[in-house]
Design a protein around this ligand. Structure first.
Ligand code: FES
Length: 522
């Protein structure tokens, strides 16, 4: 998205090239836009380092290095470092949640989210005001609420994510019926969360953005939402419009690559390069055409992944063991061995490697019970080791080029660890969990027949806004985590016990602990 005002232009997250092992492509295709012109901007805003937002090749080739970078306030300097490597030199280091006045009366504010589960250690939203017109590019950030943005005055344009951007549940080795049921739940939750944010902000116009991607490799083609599968987590903008209408939404605006919306305090005028409804009616044909056109790009990428000279076990040992040694919270959170089954170039399983979190070592699999098992091509791991990738979420996992099985519930610590394969990141995540663990939330609220802690045990959403009680279950709508209230057990992830009692029952003498919930076999 490019924001043009008389006081300057801001280019936001220009993503064009495929991301995550050539799995995700932008849809509709934006590679044919006039990027030479679009890249000549005054400011550049990169919300975070996820590769469907931070497209290094595109930034290097097309975006003016004179652009001033609006930098979110992140705990590590990785975003700035990577932009410097690409040739950007002019950085405006914003302070999270503080309005900054730029030249010509242009105002911006960036809210940086910095928990280990927010993007690759950091995700953010950009608020912009010029001449009384306000815009929030919430992107795919998940703030607990939008109160801060609301407090700065009525927002005219609200851009936010509404579709899926994860590997769940598709990659899990589950019967198809279960996968469909989980997928449907997830799809519904995504929309519920979107309605919640829209309702919070009550902007004049709502723009569904930040996804979904499309999948053009034959191996991943089935992830496109073109088969009428109600369990597909990647509904597109046209589905958004239909669902939004069902909940009474009338102010949605779909943008195609090349669309232009002119927004004033009282009006909006949008022009499109082609008819939007017709475009989505022909989605399959567009995808098929893209698939043929992009095939050489995918093939070329695939050819670069193999590094047979790399001894995967030895390299994983060398890189991961020192981090296991240092890890307290993440290792304890994972709590068991995690197994990688590697498939050779000819499709046969060739190697089973275990990252043993309690034992703090990386070794060959020894026929034991494991908490998580991932099966993927050995070439992908070779490539991650070859490029010294510190974030396997922002590469392997988001690629969806793996399958997974687990015992027990979702374990956020597994993914948090594999996105922290550097000293700097690991230390930050450990510190964050340490602080988080020490902070107990004493305040209780009443929801229906229950008295529960006010802050969600997951990432502290305010349950007066996000909590929905249905019988004995509470769902926090921010990420859809569910809790069994009689036992306090989290039904979605390991740990995260909630404090709850029936209204009218006395409060226990002590509380605030969050003992690990017992894992139940999936
Ligand atoms: S904060 Fe994530 S589910 Fe509540």
């Amino acid at each position: 998205m490019r924001i043009d005002t008389p006081a300057g232009s801001i280019l936001c997250d220009p993503w064009v090239n495929p991301a995550y092992f050539a799995s995700w492509f932008p849809f509709p295709d934006n590679s044919l836009l006039d990027w030479e012109t679009l890249g000549q901007v005054d400011y550049l805003y990169l919300s975070h380092l996820h590769r469907d937002h931070f497209d290094a090749a595109h930034l290097r080739r097309f975006v003016s290095k004179k652009a001033r970078v609006l930098l979110p306030e992140y705990p590590t300097s990785e975003l700035e470092d990577q932009l410097r490597e690409l040739g950007f030199t002019d950085f405006i280091k914003t302070v999270s949640e503080e309005v900054l006045e730029l030249d010509g009366g242009l105002k911006v504010m960036i809210q940086a989210l910095t928990s280990p589960t927010d993007g690759p250690i950091g995700d953010s939203s950009l608020w912009v005001e010029y001449d009384g017109v306000r815009l929030l590019n919430q992107n795919d950030a998940r703030p607990t609420d939008l109160a801060l943005f609301e407090s700065l005055g009525h927002v005219h344009a609200h851009m936010l994510q509404f579709s899926g951007a994860i590997w769940y549940p598709m990659v899990y080795e589950l019967p198809q019926a279960a996968k469909t049921a989980f997928g449907k739940q997830k799809r519904d939750r995504q929309f519920d969360r979107t309605w919640r944010y829209i309702d919070d902000l009550k902007a004049s116009h709502v723009f569904p953005i930040a996804g979904p991607p499309c999948f053009l490799d034959d191996e991943l083609w089935q992830f496109n939402d073109i088969f009428g599968d109600e369990g597909n987590i990647f509904p597109d903008q046209s589905v958004f419009m239909k669902e939004y209408a069902k909940v009474g939404g009338t102010n949605g605006v779909v943008l195609l690559p090349g669309s232009v919306s002119e927004i004033t305090e009282t009006s909006i005028e949008t022009t499109h390069p082609t008819d939007v409804d017709e475009f989505f009616a022909n989605k399959v044909a567009h995808l098929e055409e893209m698939r043929e056109r992009k095939r050489p790009i995918i093939e070329a990428e695939k050819a670069s992944w193999r590094h047979p000279e790399i001894d995967v076990l030895k390299e994983m040992k060398r890189r991961i063991e020192p981090l296991l040694e240092e890890s307290i919270y993440l290792a304890k959170g994972v709590g068991g061995p995690v197994r990688f089954d590697l498939v050779g170039y000819d499709g046969d399983a060739v190697e089973s490697i275990v990252v043993d979190f309690p034992g703090k070592e990386v070794r060959r699999y020894a026929d034991e019970k494991v908490r998580y098992r991932f099966r993927t091509e050995r070439a992908l791991i070779e490539h991650l080791l070859f490029i010294d990738e510190v974030d396997w979420v922002n590469s392997l996992f988001l690629s969806c080029r793996f399958s997974a099985a687990r015992i027990g519930q979702y374990n956020e610590f597994v993914y948090a660890f594999f996105k922290c394969l550097s000293e700097e990141r690991l230390q930050y995540a450990e510190g964050w969990y340490d602080e988080h663990e020490r902070t107990t939330d004493a305040e209780d609220i009443t929801l229906g027949d229950w008295v529960v802690q006010r802050r969600c045990p997951h990432l502290k959403a305010d349950l007066t806004r996000f909590g929905i009680v249905d019988g004995d279950q509470l769902t926090c709508q921010l990420h859809g985590w569910r809790f069994d209230l009689p036992s306090g057990r989290c039904l979605t992830g390991v740990g995260h016990q909630i404090r709850a009692r029936r209204a009218g029952e006395p409060a226990p003498a002590t509380d605030g602990d969050t003992p690990e919930a017992a894992a139940t076999p999936a």
